[in-house]
Design a protein around this ligand. Structure first.
Ligand code: SF4
Length: 93
């Protein structure tokens, strides 16, 4: 299997996009009581779309919005910013 090099900087601003699992979990836990969230089925569908998207960077960051996809996908008011149209169609709350 061929090795794949994953960039560690945002395509837009060159900032380091490294984030730990612990940091993502803390953000999600802070979000849940404060933000309208999608249900588990929608959340998983959104994350599946992100996992198959060529704009996903380092396995966690949307290369278009700069958002952590596990955070963005949880918010009911957010959508996928793909230039070719939302990849989350059919994954609405
Ligand atoms: S463009 Fe959409 S599907 Fe792709 S990583 Fe960003 S939010 Fe996810």
């Amino acid at each position: 299997m061929k090795d794949v090099t994953v960039p560690s900087t945002c395509k837009g601003c060159e900032r380091d996009i490294t984030i730990s699992e612990e940091q993502i979990t803390r953000i999600l836990n802070n979000m849940r009581p404060k933000v309208e969230c999608v249900n588990d089925e929608v959340y998983e569908a959104r994350l599946l779309a992100c996992s198959q998207c060529e704009d996903l960077m380092a396995g966690h960051t949307c290369g278009i919005s700069g958002s952590i996809v596990r955070v963005r996908a949880l918010a009911a008011t957010h959508n996928c910013p793909s230039y070719s149209g939302s990849r989350w169609q059919g994954a609405s709350s």
